[in-house]
Write a protein that binds this ligand. Structure first.
Ligand code: NOJ
Length: 533
C-alpha cells in the first residue's frame, strides 16, 4: 500500500482539495466481467494515494438499471451488484480514509429510476403518483404533452413527457426511465435527508448533488417562455430552502456538498454558495473556456469574484464524465473549444491538445480553491470515437444518432500495457482503441515526461506548498497572450498561450514545468511553469 499520510487542513480540507472522480464502471474491473467495480477501486487505492489526491468522488454506484449510466437510481441505499455490495463500499470508504483519502458520493435528487419502488407504485395507480409530476395531456383527447419544456440532453428533440396507457403523462427532464420527483411533496424532502444521513453515517465526507438547480418546478408546469423570470424548472427560489435543510444535515457530520449547478448568471450561481447552503459548486465557465489568455483570465476573475461575494472557495474542473476529454477538446482547432461541439469525425491535433492540457493542468492546480481530476485525465487519455454499435449513452439515441454522446470519455482505463485489455480486467463494456496500451499507467509511471508523472509531481508540490490552494491570487504584468500570477509564499504561475516563446521573471526558481524551457531559457508556447520568486 502507498504511504499513509494525514489529510491536510483537517477542518476546511475541501477549500483546497484535489478530488479525483471515479466512474466506477470504467475504472478497474476486479472480477473480470468487463465492468469496473469496487474490488477494482480497492485494488487501485495505492495508485490513488501515490497520485496524491485528497478525496474520491464516485459517480452513482447504487442499484440501477443503468439507463443513464447509474443516474437512474432504483435504490439509493444499495450498491448495484455489478459493482459490489454495501459492505464492500463501507470497506472501501474506510480503507481510503486510512490512506488519507476522503470519499464523496453522488446523490441524484431530481429524478429516480422508473424501477424505483415509488415509481412502480405510482404506475400501479397508487398515491405515490403525488411524488412525481403526473398530468393529463393537452388537446381534445389529451394526446398532446402537458407542456413544451425542452429535454435536458443537448441536441435532443425528444419530449420530456411520456404518456401511460391510462392517458396520463409523467414528466422526465432526462430520459423516460428517469421520472422527475415532485419536490413540493414533504415525503420527497424527508426521504432525501434520510439518504444523506445514511451515507454520512457510513463515513462519507461529502456529497455531489446531481442537477442541483433543476429540482423545484413551478406547480402549474407552464410552458417555457424564453427569458421569462422565474424559469418554470431551472434555478427556482424554493431550492434554497431545500439546501438550507440539507446543510443542517451535513453540518451534523462535518460533511460537505458540491453542487452540479450550470447557470450562466454568476449572481444567481453564488446564491447556492451562501454560508448556510452548499459549500462548493462546479465551475463550468472555466471548463467551457477556449484556450485563449484573455478569455481564461476573464473567466478566472469572474469566478473568483462571484465566490468571494459569499466567502466560498472556487472549484476548477477541466473534464468529467459528461464532456469531451481535455486533450481532445484543446486539440480541436476547427470547431472551437465548446465541449458541446461533439461531432463524429472532428479533426483533432492530439499533440497540440496534449501540450495544452498539460499547461492547463498546471494552471488549474495553481488557482485558489479545489480541483477535480476525472479518471484518465492524469493519463492524458483522448476522447474515443467508438464504433456506432457499441455506443450505449442515451444522449446519442435521443439526438437521433447525430450526437456521439458521452461514451467517448467513459472508455475503461488502461492500467498495464502488456496485459489483456490493457490491464482493465475482463473484456470491457466499451471497447478500448488499439493504441490504449500506450497510455497505460504502468508505462507512464516509468516515464518522467508522461502526463501521469506531471500530475504526480504537481500534486506533490501542491501538497508541500500550502501557498497553492485556497487564498489570494494577484495578477502580474505579462505580455499579450500570457497569464502570470502570484500566490502566497512567493509562488508564481506563468502560462504562455501566445504564439512565440516569452521571457520568465528573473530571480525565480523553476519548481515545475509542463514542458522544458527552450535553449535560451524562454517559456515556449502552450507551456506553463510554477516558479518561486
Ligand atoms: C448530470 C450527470 O452528470 C449526467 O451524467 C446525467 O446524465 C444527468 N445529470 C442526469 O442525471
Amino acid at each position: 500500500m502507498g504511504q499513509p499520510r494525514p489529510a491536510r487542513n483537517q477542518s476546511a480540507w475541501w477549500r483546497s482539495a484535489v478530488i479525483y472522480q471515479v466512474y466506477v464502471r470504467s475504472f478497474a474491473d476486479g472480477d473480470g466481467d468487463g465492468t469496473g467495480d469496487l474490488a477494482g477501486v480497492r485494488a487501485r487505492l495505492p495508485y490513488l494515494a501515490e497520485l496524491g489526491v485528497d478525496a474520491l468522488w464516485f459517480n452513482p454506484w447504487y442499484l440501477s438499471p443503468l439507463a443513464d449510466g447509474g443516474y437512474d437510481v432504483a435504490d439509493y441505499r444499495a450498491i448495484d451488484p455489478a459493482f459490489g455490495t454495501l459492505a464492500e463500499a463501507e470497506k472501501l470508504i474506510a480503507e481510503a480514509r486510512e490512506l488519507g483519502i476522503r470519499t464523496l458520493v453522488d446523490i441524484v435528487p431530481n429524478h429516480v429510476s422508473d424501477q424505483h419502488p415509488w415509481f412502480r407504485a405510482a404506475l400501479a395507480g397508487g398515491p405515490e403518483r403525488d411524488l412525481f409530476h403526473f398530468r393529463p395531456g393537452r388537446g381534445e383527447h389529451g394526446e398532446l404533452p402537458p407542456n413544451d419544456w425542452p429535454s435536458q440532453f443537448a441536441g435532443s428533440a425528444e419530449p420530456v413527457w411520456t404518456r401511460l396507457p391510462d392517458g396520463d403523462w409523467y414528466l422526465h427532464l432526462f430520459t423516460p426511465e428517469q421520472p422527475d420527483l415532485n419536490w413540493a411533496h414533504p415525503a420527497v424532502r424527508q426521504e432525501h435527508e434520510e439518504i444523506l444521513r445514511f451515507w454520512f453515517e457510513r463515513g462519507v465526507a461529502g456529497v455531489r448533488i446531481d442537477s442541483a438547480a433543476l429540482l423545484a418546478k413551478d406547480p402549474d408546469l407552464p410552458d417555457f417562455v424564453e427569458g421569462r423570470d422565474p424559469n418554470p424548472y431551472v434555478d427556482r427560489d424554493e431550492l434554497h430552502d431545500i439546501y438550507r435543510s440539507w446543510r443542517a444535515v451535513a453540518d451534523a457530520y462535518d460533511g460537505i456538498f458540491v453542487g452540479e449547478v450550470w447557470l450562466p448568471d454568476s449572481e444567481r450561481f453564488a446564491r447556492y454558495l451562501r454560508p448556510d447552503e452548499l459549500h462548493t459548486a462546479f465551475n463550468f465557465s472555466f471548463l467551457s473556456c477556449p484556450w485563449d489568455a484573455g478569455r481564461l483570465r476573464t473567466s478566472i476573475d469572474e469566478t473568483l469574484a462571484e465566490h468571494a461575494s459569499v466567502g466560498a472557495p472556487a472549484t476548477w474542473v477541466l473534464c468529467n464524465h459528461d464532456v469531451t476529454r481535455t486533450v481532445t477538446r484543446y486539440g480541436r482547432t476547427d470547431t472551437g473549444f465548446d465541449f458541446t461541439a461533439k461531432a463524429f469525425g472532428t479533426p483533432t491535433d492530439l499533440a497540440l491538445g496534449t501540450r495544452r492540457a498539460r499547461a492547463a493542468a498546471l494552471l488549474s492546480l495553481a488557482l485558489p480553491g479545489s480541483v477535480y481530476v476525472y479518471q484518465g485525465e492524469e493519463l492524458g487519455l483522448p476522447e474515443v470515437e467508438l464504433p456506432l454499435d457499441s455506443i450505449q449513452d442515451p444522449m446519442h439515441f435521443r439526438s437521433g444518432g447525430t450526437d456521439p454522446g458521452r461514451d467517448g470519455c467513459r472508455v475503461p482505463l488502461p492500467w498495464a500495457a502488456d496485459a489483456p485489455y490493457a490491464g482493465f480486467g475482463g473484456d470491457p463494456w466499451l471497447p478500448q482503441p488499439a493504441d490504449w496500451p500506450a497510455y497505460a499507467a504502468d508505462r507512464q509511471v516509468e516515464d518522467p515526461t508522461s502526463m501521469l508523472s506531471l500530475y504526480r509531481a504537481a500534486l506533490r508540490a501542491r501538497r508541500t506548498e500550502p501557498g497553492f490552494g485556497d487564498g489570494p491570487l494577484n495578477w502580474l504584468p505579462a505580455p499579450e497572450g500570457v497569464l502570470a500570477f502570484a500566490r502566497t509564499d512567493g509562488l508564481l504561475c506563468v502560462v504562455n498561450l501566445a504564439d512565440g516563446p516569452v521571457e520568465l521573471p528573473v530571480h525565480s526558481e523553476l519548481l515545475l514545468g509542463s514542458a522544458p524551457l527552450d535553449a535560451d531559457g524562454f517559456l515556449p508556447s502552450d507551456t506553463a511553469v510554477w516558479l518561486r520568486a
